[in-house]
Design a protein around this ligand. Structure first.
Ligand SMILES: Cc1cc2nc3c(=O)[nH]c(=O)nc-3n(C[C@H](O)[C@H](O)[C@H](O)COP(=O)(O)OP(=O)(O)OC[C@H]3O[C@@H](n4cnc5c(N)ncnc54)[C@H](O)[C@@H]3O)c2cc1C
Length: 430
């Protein structure tokens, strides 16, 4: 009888894993379990917040999409995992038996500063982005100072930079920019650190671009409190400061959701409840459990005075999904071959009129290759990539051969590598 692979989560990581599995094995039973009924292209959520995209442009209903590719869909959140019994329980009370489980739930958002959840909003979910869009429509009628920021422990800084730059562009278009002081307040030790110790000249590029666009920045501080009219932050000596604001967008910290914690300390990292994985993105204790995407426990790149985490970006996640799909199919076929993702990244920070792009391989230093470019055409590349990704999701092939060939040709990138020994931390060399 065909093995049953359950993929928990229908975002970039979940959908990429399910499609790669289907491509590798036409007969495999695959079930995606996801609380949201749609796939959402997260990198366009800042655009949704600014009203540059509509919800339907960047989302797709999962049920018809998955059934077209012979993948079952359970539209419920996973509630608990019993790794000894190979069983997943859903919020609606279903008990799903699996042979392999891929956890790709993305993060639980932690609003660690007092008042952050009430008085600011994030761009991390489509719902938050749409709420922010409503607040912005009111704000344009009566503008004032804006604070964009990141609390301690944040690992995903890119959307905060994008939002600050894109808001600058939108305000200029509306003739309101001169009425809106924008301040970027971050736990990064310097702007452009990005949770990655910087990427090439990212520090200089970010500092210059913020100066060009009249965005004030304050780094190496802890946002402790958000109020309706101000953001309060603390420096390393514990001295507090206030930044006035009429609107704020403060990035939350990411943790693993309760469903991961329910699987116990051998699956959930005790510190952040993310999935413990080895370099093949397999749980070292329960070898039929894998992690893909933001929910995987990757150690911070370096210790920073105020804690920051390592981001897990789209290309890294696609590579994790490809490696995990290969590892599951190899295991089913009793093949000894195992794969580890390269964990390289192409990141494009949209800035409205132009964009800043980075390629780093591997993302976790020391890096062999770093390339970067700031240009008007990068803005169009970012939009084109969004359309291309949505097309891939629609067709059911997220890793087409021509993409792999193009990335190899342009950057020398190899999404996955044969790995003789999976024992080692994620991102470490095989
Ligand atoms: C605003 C934003 C912008 C970003 N922009 C970029 C970018 O430009 N470039 C880039 O490379 N990376 C970007 N990233 C980083 C990364 O690519 C995204 O975070 C990506 O969406 C992560 O994919 P994922 O599958 O891990 O999680 P998600 O895409 O968040 O998907 C997780 C899915 O699991 C579901 N789920 C949650 N809990 C459960 C549960 N208990 N049971 C079942 N299902 C559950 C969720 O509803 C969701 O559908 C961005 C991240 C954010 C937050």
């Amino acid at each position: 009888m065909s093995k049953h692979v359950v993929v928990l989560g229908g975002g970039i990581g979940g959908i990429a894993t399910a499609y790669n599995l289907r491509k590798l094995d036409k007969n495999l039973r695959i079930t995606v379990v996801s609380g949201r009924p749609y796939f959402g292209f997260t990198p366009a959520y800042p655009h949704l917040a600014l009203g540059w995209r509509k919800f339907d442009d960047i989302t797709m209903p999962l049920a018809p999409l998955l059934s077209k590719h012979g993948i079952e869909f359970v539209n419920e959140n996973g509630e608990s995992i019993d790794p000894d019994a190979n069983k997943l329980k859903t919020a609606g009370g279903k008990e799903i038996q699996y042979d392999y489980l891929v956890i790709a739930t993305g993060p639980k958002l932690v609003f660690g500063a007092e008042g952050q959840e009430q008085y600011s909003t994030s761009v991390c979910t489509a719902e938050h982005a749409m709420e922010l869009n409503k607040r912005l429509e009111d704000f344009y009628k009566n503008p004032g100072p804006v604070v964009v920021g990141a609390i301690p422990g944040v690992s995903c800084f890119g959307p905060a930079y994008e939002f600050a730059f894109m808001l600058h562009h939108e305000l200029k278009k509306r003739g309101l920019r001169h009425k809106v002081p924008i301040t970027y307040i971050t736990s990064e030790p310097y702007v452009g650190h990005l949770g990655l110790g910087g990427v090439g000249p990212s520090r200089r590029l970010m500092e210059d671009t913020m100066a060009e666009r009249s965005i004030k920045y304050i780094a190496n501080v802890k946002i402790t409190k958000v109020e309706p009219d101000k953001v309060i932050y603390e420096d390393l000596e514990g001295k507090t400061y206030e930044a006035p604001c009429k609107l704020s967008m403060i990035m939350p910290r990411f943790m693993g959701p309760e469903v991961v914690a329910s699987a116990g300390d051998k699956v959930a990292n005790p510190a952040n409840k993310m999935v413990i994985v080895n370099r093949c993105f397999q749980n070292p204790t329960y070898k039929n459990i894998f992690g893909v995407g933001v929910v995987t426990a990757i150690p911070p790149v370096e210790q920073t005075p105020i804690p920051t985490g390592a981001p897990k970006t789209g290309m890294m996640i696609e590579q994790m999904a490809l490696a995990v799909a290969h590892n599951i199919v190899s295991d089913i076929r009793n093949s000894a071959d195992r794969y580890a993702p390269e964990l390289s990244a192409i990141c494009i920070a949209d800035m409205g009129s132009d964009a800043m792009g980075f390629y780093a391989s591997p993302v976790l230093p020391p890096r062999s290759v770093v390339k970067y470019k700031k240009a008007v055409w990068m803005h169009w590349i970012k939009s084109a990539f969004e359309k291309y990704f949505m097309w891939k999701v629609k067709t059911g092939d997220v890793a087409p051969f021509f993409e792999e060939t193009a990335l190899k040709f342009m950057f020398g990138a190899h999404p996955i590598h044969i790995c003789k020994d999976c024992a080692g931390s994620p991102g470490s060399a095989c």
